[in-house]
Every structure is written in structure tokens, then in C-alpha cells.
Design a protein around this ligand. Structure first.
Ligand code: UD1
Length: 421
């Protein structure tokens, strides 16, 4: 299959309705957590994105039978799943690391390839490893793999994270649900995706208190059972549509979007001049004028999500005024700024701050998506650029946004997919 890119002719004001499907950052973690019980678990509201297929391949290699049908996935887990997640799959998708906690807890051992750095910066695993050791496992890095073992089972412990890492909280939560006794996780992540995972585990019979707060208390049980669960809507996709409406001076009704998961980003859009209203089943975002510049600092939830930082920078690039965007989560996340500068954006990056001087209009040019969210931020920038923008490597965008180009077309955008050759 040849590489694809998006061709965008800017200028359209997006109008219409979209429906948000399940959250990528939730469904992949739910799929990994099915390993905690033998038998068949079914997850609905599953987005049609490539990462779901990669997680399905990984679970299949661990001995599970995975069946996908429209909008749902069922995972039938054997009594004794495999315990090795190879590099060829893990390198394609960081969320593969989420099989670590469930495998150690259920199988007593795990060998999971280190995902390595990626285009948004280094993403350590030290909290995951320290936490597993606190739970009584042995765990270390060897030949590019995390090797963890707890042949006699895990034991509850008091764990305190140095930073509310989403991935570490998930891996330790999914390990602790089968540990003997009580585990507490202090400074735990509070992301809605993590709450969804916790509720999924409770559906499997886990005993968890404090979901959505900074302290989780888990009382281990000896066995979990399969369940059925519907994934929460994707708050980052919802936020991307909200930014698209604001940047293009459009009017988009986002069915399924949950305002409560996006309080700060929506407040920021209102400060930029957008009109945000609740609808029966979602959010409507309208904008009539050029956005005003907005300062933002990314932080763990409920702070401004790092995943919406590229959209915020793109908005500021065409806003009225100057803004500072501070990235506190991933140091490499400003890499895409160089692409935005190719569209004429006036941005200076100094360490983890980007200073943006808004200009009335960007000017279309070829650019390359470096990761999912940077790709979406570049597409939004292309929509408000004069002339044609080519966004190369659009496969990154397809990893997180089901039918993005097609949905944008339905809203009035001039965007097509084409072969890069
Ligand atoms: C992060 C985001 C999450 C987003 C996801 C996908 C935060 C806090 N997390 O989750 O909202 O949906 O990316 O883009 O915004 N760290 C360590 N050692 C560890 C684990 C993490 O140093 O063992 C550091 C990372 O390098 C990073 C920070 O902690 O600087 C946050 O990492 P973490 O929350 O674990 O990342 P993800 O789970 O990928």
C-alpha cells in the first residue's frame, strides 16, 4: 500500500454535525485489561482506528481470540495466556505496554518490549517498574525488554507516584486488582480514560475506590470475570472538533462530546471568542470572528491536555495577539512547530515555552505529520491557510481519528486523500 497524504485547500468555514466514537486512549487499555480474566469480554463503542487492530494482533499473539465487528470488539482469553509482547508490535504502538500489569498479575510473568522514545519525547517506564517491585514482583530491563515476574502472586502495597503518570497508574491498577491485600496509589492520574478503565475493572469484579481522585485504594480479589463495557467518548477527538469550529469560524455540533471531560479547553475557547453550548447529547461550538490569542500550560488532567496542545498552537498562529504555550508533559512535543512555521506561522520555541505571534492568515505548503496530534493540528492549520496544504504521513492521523478527512469533507472542508507517490 502506498503512503497517503491529505490535500487541503483552505478557506471553508466548517458547519454541520459530527459524532464522536469511543476514546482511543481508553479502548486500548480496556483491551489489554481483558487479560485479567479467562473467557470472553465484549467492548462496545470501539473506534475504527488502526491502533485497535495492533492491540488485537498483540492479544492474538498472547493466545486470545479477538473478533471485531462494527463498533465492537470481543476478546476471548485462554486460561493461560502467553506472556511475551514482542518489539515488532510494541514499537508500533506505545499502549502495548499496558499488557505488563495484567500479565504479571494473572500469568505471574511478563516480557514486554520497551517501546522506546517517540516523536513527542522520551517516555520512561521507571514508575511502572518501581511500582511492580513494590507489589512484590521482580522487574528490570534486559535486552530491550521489561522482564517482570511474580510466580507466587503480587502483594498489596502503598505506592506513591512522583508524577501522576497515566500509563503507570494504569499498569499498577491492573496489577493490584489481583494482588493479595490492599494497595494504595497516591498521586494517581485522574484522566477520564483511567476512570473508564477503573469502571471496566469493577465490572470484572475488582474492588477499587477513589477513581477520579489522586488516591486509589484497591482491595485485591483472587479472580475476575469477563464483562461487557461501552468505551467513553474520545475527549481529544471532541476537543479537536471544537478547535476546528473555532479556528474556521464555523459551527459544529459534536454529538457524544462530553463537556465535563473538557472543562478547561472549552473555557479557553470561550476566552478566544467561541460560543460553546450544551446540546441534548453533546456540545455545539460556534465562532463568528477571528480568535483572540490564549495562553495555555499543559498539565495532567484536569489541566489542559498535552494532546490538544498542537491544536492550541495552531489556533494561536492565526489569532489576534501574542500567546505563550507551555508544554509540561512531553518535552519533544514542539517538534511539529517547525512544520507550522512552513505555513508562515510566527513561533519561537525556548525550552518548554512556545511564543506565538498571531497573523491573520497562514499560507498553504507541504508539511509532514510527526504524530497523531501534531498531524491533526497541521490539518486544522491547513484549513485556515490560503491555498493548498499537503499533510504528508497522514497515517499518523488515522491512528487516532476515524475517517477524519471524510468527516471534514462532510462539514464543508476541501480535503482529499491521495497517494503520496
Ligand atoms: C500521556 C498523557 C495522557 C495522554 C497520552 C497520549 C499526561 C499526564 N499523560 O499519557 O493524558 O492521553 O499521553 O498522548 O498528560 N514518566 C516517567 N516515568 C514513568 C512514566 C512516565 O518519567 O515511568 C513521565 C513521562 O516521560 C512524561 C510524563 O511522565 O513526561 C507523563 O507520562 P504518562 O502520563 O505516563 O504518559 P502516557 O501514559 O503516555
Amino acid at each position: 500500500m502506498s503512503a497517503e497524504r491529505f490535500r487541503i485547500v483552505g478557506g471553508a468555514r466548517l458547519r454541520g454535525e459530527v459524532r464522536v466514537s469511543g476514546a482511543k486512549n481508553s479502548v486500548l487499555k480496556l483491551m489489554a485489561a481483558t487479560l485479567l480474566s479467562s473467557g470472553k469480554t465484549t467492548i462496545s463503542n470501539v473506534p475504527d482506528i488502526a491502533d485497535v487492530s495492533i492491540m488485537a494482533d498483540l492479544l492474538t499473539r498472547l493466545g486470545c481470540t479477538v473478533v471485531r465487528s462494527e463498533g465492537s470488539v470481543s476478546v476471548d482469553v485462554p486460561d493461560v495466556p502467553g506472556h511475551r509482547a514482542d518489539y515488532d508490535l510494541v514499537r508500533k504502538m506505545r499502549a502495548s505496554i499496558n499488557v505488563l500489569g495484567p500479565l504479571v498479575a494473572r500469568v505471574g510473568q511478563a516480557e514486554v518490549a520497551l517501546p522506546g522514545g517517540d516523536a513527542i519525547g522520551s517516555r520512561g517506564l521507571d514508575f511502572h517498574i518501581k511500582g511492580l517491585i513494590a507489589l512484590g514482583a521482580t522487574a528490570h530491563n534486559e535486552h530491550g525488554y521489561v522482564m517482570a515476574s511474580a510466580p507466587h502472586g503480587l502483594v498489596g502495597a502503598e505506592i506513591s507516584l512522583d508524577f501522576p503518570s497515566v500509563g503507570a497508574t494504569e499498569n499498577l491498577l491492573t496489577a493490584a486488582v489481583l494482588a493479595k491485600g490492599i494497595t494504595t496509589i497516591d498521586n494517581a492520574a485522574r484522566e477520564p480514560d483511567l476512570v473508564d478503565l477503573g469502571e471496566f475493572l469493577i465490572g470484572m469484579g475488582a474492588k477499587i475506590q477513589g477513581l477520579g481522585t489522586t488516591k486509589l485504594t484497591i482491595e485485591g480479589v483472587t479472580k475476575l470475570h469477563p464483562t461487557q463495557h461501552s468505551t467513553i467518548p474520545d475527549r481529544i477527538v471532541t476537543g479537536t472538533w471544537a478547535f476546528a469550529a473555532a479556528m474556521t469560524r464555523g459551527d459544529i455540533t459534536i454529538h457524544g462530546g462530553r463537556a465535563q471531560d473538557l472543562e478547561l479547553p472549552l473555557e479557553k475557547l470561550v476566552s478566544a471568542g467561541a460560543i460553546v453550548t450544551s446540546t441534548e447529547d453533546g456540545i455545539r461550538v460556534r465562532m463568528d470572528s477571528r480568535p483572540k490569542s490564549i495562553d495555555v500550560a499543559t498539565l495532567p488532567y484536569p489541566g489542559f491536555p498535552t494532546d490538544l496542545q498542537p491544536m492550541m498552537i495552531s489556533l494561536n498562529a492565526i489569532a489576534d495577539g501574542d500567546a505563550i504555550v507551555t508544554e509540561n508533559v512531553f518535552e519533544g512535543r514542539f517538534m511539529f512547530v517547525n512544520e507550522l512555521v512552513r505555513l508562515g506561522a510566527q513561533i519561537n520555541v525556548d525550552g518548554h515555552h512556545a511564543a506565538i505571534r498571531g497573523i491573520p492568515q497562514l499560507s498553504g505548503a507541504p508539511v509532514a505529520a510527526t504524530d497523531i496530534r501534531a498531524g491533526a493540528g497541521l490539518v486544522l492549520a491547513g484549513l485556515v491557510s490560503e491555498g493548498t496544504t499537503l499533510v504528508e504521513d497522514s497515517f499518523h492521523i488515522d491512528r487516532g481519528y476515524p475517517r477524519f478527512a471524510e468527516e471534514l469533507r462532510a462539514l464543508g472542508a476541501d480535503i482529499t486523500r491521495e497517494s503520496a507517490e
